[in-house]
Design a protein around this ligand. Sequence first.
Ligand code: GRF
Length: 197
Amino acid sequence: MQKLVVLISGTGSNLRALLEASEDAEFPARVVAIGADREADGLLLGEEFGIPTFTVPFTAYPDRDAWGAALIEQVRQWEPDLVILSGLMRLVPPAVVDAFSPHLINTHPAYLPEFPGAHGVRDALAAGVEQTGASLIVVDNSVDGGPIIAQERVPVLPDDTESTLHDRIKPVERRLLIQAVLDIANSHLDLKELSRS
Ligand code: GRF
């Protein structure tokens, strides 16, 4: 059974999908802890699903490196096989990448390398593209530039707002994430190998 630690900043709707998938006894992974960098709504899912939560508030530390060190300490306690950034709206410092990569993955609401960064959906809309997408990547020290695990196109519709487009992208992110967790747990996907190539 693969142990997952999931880090969030927001509502955790992608996390919810993962928690629901892992309720199936056949699913080969379990979320062992949920962490956040702030008082995120998604932490309530911990109560709902009986999963421990922790918060490492970004603003409580003098700088990103100090926050990262505290985050590493919290995450390590759970001895995760895989750490998932599922809407963690912070760049993690290099020490976090060193501690967990390549078993540190991130979902992103755009078809990378298009529209990296915190506003992937907004930037795609502003660029007037006809399609954007969802991506799942291995986290490295770049901004959303790590090896791509999986990605899929999502059309941009004429009346889309940032919120309607994001709502159409998220189910794709969830599907990619759940499939990748399955593939990793079943040894059909080797993140070390992917990161080497
Ligand atoms: C997702 O689109 C994720 O890729 C982005 O933030 C969103 C998180 O949504 N970085 P939620 O908290 O899972 O609802």
